[in-house]
Ligand binder design. Sequence first.
Ligand code: TPP
Length: 334
Amino acid sequence: MTKEAVNTHGLAKEQLLQMLEKMLLARALSVRQRMLQRMGKGPMTFSGEGHEAAQVGSAFALKPGVDWVFPYYRDVAVAVTIGMTPVDILRAFFARRDDINSGGRNMPSHFSHPSLRIVSGSAPIATQLPHAVGAALAAKLRKLDEIAVGYSGDGSTSTGDWHESMNFAGVQRLPVVFVCEHNNYAISVPWRKQAAIENVSIRAQGYGFPGVTVDGNDVLAVYGAMSEAVKRARAGEGPTLIEAKTYRLMPHSSDDDDRRYRTREEVEAWSAKDPVAEFPQQLKEMGVLNDNSEKEINDRVNHEVDAATDQVEQEPQPEAPTALRHVLVEGERS
Ligand SMILES: Cc1ncc(C[n+]2csc(CCOP(=O)(O)OP(=O)(O)O)c2C)c(N)n1
């Protein structure tokens, strides 16, 4: 039987390799932060391991620095695909003075970067989505060729913010894409205890726009679905909901023990579909990658993360007298 040709959605070889490199970089950063947390060098971690295809596939369809990106805490691969560097990510993790996210004040994984138009979220889940909708409304009112993307998990779809964002975006036909990374759990709560439907995507119908479910471990399938959604948004045709079905391979956070609610068999079954192992295989079958070029990419990524760790560990912490900056008014009161 002949193998079906892979649909690369018009991506050139260099772009496919770039996607792979972003996935590997995000993986290396998640692993590094987990290790540093266990060494007591950083606070809490939220691993993106397992979500890399959903994140890179979607973010790759955007225009960095033009489109507005509202990620959630698991989206390290979104952040690096748009252009954040390992130094940017690790400065936030180590809470260093020069952290671009918040000057070392916010929790790690609250990604933001003003010139890349990555907007920081707050800790309450889904609160980034009304912000994404607001940015999309501004772009529409100003007739700008910019769209907004709001990311969240499946658990976030149970919040009022999620539904209100979908409804307002549908009514106003806003240039926004909602990406739901459906990993079947909201911490310990499985999807079947949250909703009586299998797919989140059908909820888009209730708000008057298309919803699609896609294999979130297939980076090219996610890219294809996202490209369509982005095209619709830019053409003034309104929002799209993309549901990328995936799995987080690690516990919810470094403070979670997932053995209490997931079987090891389930985790192993999904580990066998790890996108960071599958995509290189696919690229090799397509003749885009070989063992040598794979090693080269891996070496480059590991070197980059090692160098960033060494550099950022030596950097200064925020100065104590600035602790209340952005919290209370500074200086003399008149
Ligand atoms: C409004 C609100 N409720 C509860 C929490 C606690 N909380 C933090 S993360 C999380 C799970 C969210 O799950 P999901 O959206 O599926 O994302 P995932 O972590 O699975 O990627 C919860 C319940 C919160 N931060 N905000």
